[in-house]
Design a protein around this ligand. Structure first.
Ligand SMILES: Cc1cc2nc3c(=O)[nH]c(=O)nc-3n(C[C@H](O)[C@H](O)[C@H](O)COP(=O)(O)OP(=O)(O)OC[C@H]3O[C@@H](n4cnc5c(N)ncnc54)[C@H](O)[C@@H]3O)c2cc1C
Length: 393
């Protein structure tokens, strides 16, 4: 690991990260042995490995585990500058962003010693095994079972939409360990080695042509007692705590990306302007202006979430408002981009090729954004009940 000395003063820290990202990402792209493809999992993993090799993992972890113990404000600056460099998101987001803080919070010392070094070096990729064919929005309906046999568990079940399961070395699985329990009681949080017998991963081909999430089948999988995180039956509480770890920072890279794309859409409008009627041009400009306002409001919401997380206040329903707002505004922006690109999407010409490829993929992928991490309907239920105080429907 590169022992870099990071400036503590926030503006100096930002300037340092910005320069570092600019230089190293450009170098990484130049050195990439094939045609650089920021969408491909190999490219994304390669860049993430580079970041980890240079000490950019574990920024918030305590020093004794190889972390830098930086405050959340500095982690936010890092994420902003990383996204601003134009580099893609990594493939071990769940390992770094969700599992590691959960492990630091609930794990035994032996578990921390076992799992943290692999995440720090990006050698072990993690995935999250919560959703099932009959338990998505209604996560408490989980039916994956883990029977106690001697001191160990035997795991049987079927998970779905498990992001990066095809790359993952480990999965944290929400499973029912008390066969007589119902709903959120009697669930446990198990750390499962994806390479062991009885684990089968079937990638699901998506609209974009990629297959980065999967079905995962567990058939008679032995899970050792020391792979139980926290106490037996405490899985629901742990899953909810795990979800809260990203709450201050989840939207930061996504909102920087939103801003970058908005600037590209602006260029598309300017390029198309001379060929448009006055009415059409006004329509495009108004829609762009509304999206610009969305972007500004989303930044404020993100700052508010970060401030709340930094002051240690428990997660509130504000995250649902940001989730609905971001995912739906993003779809509106990509619809606008696709309309502006118009015929170029069907009959690509060299001048518009890069934008057409980028926006076509982004537009198709954005269909998933109103579903993942809780659908828009579920977020609206939360806003209705917890913010507006409406009765449960
Ligand atoms: C790209 C992507 C990545 C994902 N990655 C992971 C992952 O890594 N790990 C993981 O465990 N899961 C993952 N998921 C799963 C995701 O959490 C679920 O898709 C989501 O929670 C919705 O569950 P579902 O697909 O089963 O839909 P369902 O729950 O079956 O919902 C179907 C429809 O009914 C609506 N609906 C359901 N209940 C209500 C209600 N009470 N009120 C109003 N409307 C309702 C929903 O809004 C939706 O429109 C991922 C999903 C996507 C799209």
């Amino acid at each position: 690991m590169n022992e870099q000395v990071l400036p503590q003063d926030p503006p100096a820290f930002r300037a340092y990260v910005r320069t570092w990202m600019k230089t190293h990402y450009a170098q990484f792209v130049r050195d990439w042995p094939a045609e650089p493809d920021p969408v491909s999992l190999a490219f994304r993993r390669g860049w993430e490995d580079t970041l980890c090799r240079h000490g950019w993992a574990g920024l918030g972890w305590p020093g004794q585990y190889g972390g830098k113990a930086l405050p959340l404000s500095h982690q936010a600056i890092y994420l902003e500058e990383l996204a601003r460099s134009g580099a893609p998101l990594g493939v071990n987001l769940i390992g770094h962003g969700i599992f590691a803080p959960t492990l630091l919070h609930f794990g035994t010392e032996a578990q921390k010693q076992r799992y943290l070094p692999g995440i720090l070096r990006n050698e072990t990729i993690w995935c999250q095994g919560y959703s099932e064919p009959g338990a998505g929005s209604d996560l408490a309906a989980v039916t994956t079972r883990a029977r106690k046999v001697g001191r160990d568990f035997v795991l049987d079940g079927h998970k779905i939409w498990t992001s990066f399961a095809n790359l993952a070395d480990y999965c944290f699985v929400l499973a029912r360990t008390d066969p007589d329990s119902q709903r959120h009681r009697g669930l446990s949080f198990l750390l499962v080695d994806m390479r062991q017998p009885g684990v089968r991963v079937e990638p699901i081909r998506q609209l974009t042509g990629e297959a980065e999430f999967c079905e995962v089948f567990f058939e008679q999988v032995i899970v050792r007692q020391d792979c139980l995180l926290g106490q037996e039956g405490e899985g629901w509480r742990m899953a909810m705590t795990a979800a809260s770890f990203e709450r201050g920072t989840y939207f930061i890279p996504r909102l920087v990306q939103f801003e970058r794309e908005l600037a590209s859409v602006r260029r598309l409008i300017d390029q198309a302007a001379s060929g448009l009627s006055a009415v059409a041009l006004q329509d495009y400009r108004q829609r762009w202006s509304a999206l610009y306002t969305d972007s500004a409001i989303l930044q404020l919401k993100s700052h508010r979430a970060l401030t709340a997380a930094m002051s240690g206040s428990p997660p509130g329903p504000e995250g649902s408002s940001t989730k609905v707002h971001w995912s739906e505004a993003h779809q509106r922006m990509l619809d606008l981009a696709m309309q502006l690109l118009g015929l170029h999407v069907c009959t690509p010409d060299a001048r518009h090729q890069a934008e057409t490829e980028f926006f076509t993929r982004a537009s198709l992928w954005s269909r998933a954004e109103t579903v993942l991490a809780g659908t828009s309907e579920i977020q609206r239920n939360i806003i209705g009940e917890k913010v507006l105080g409406l009765e449960k429907g």
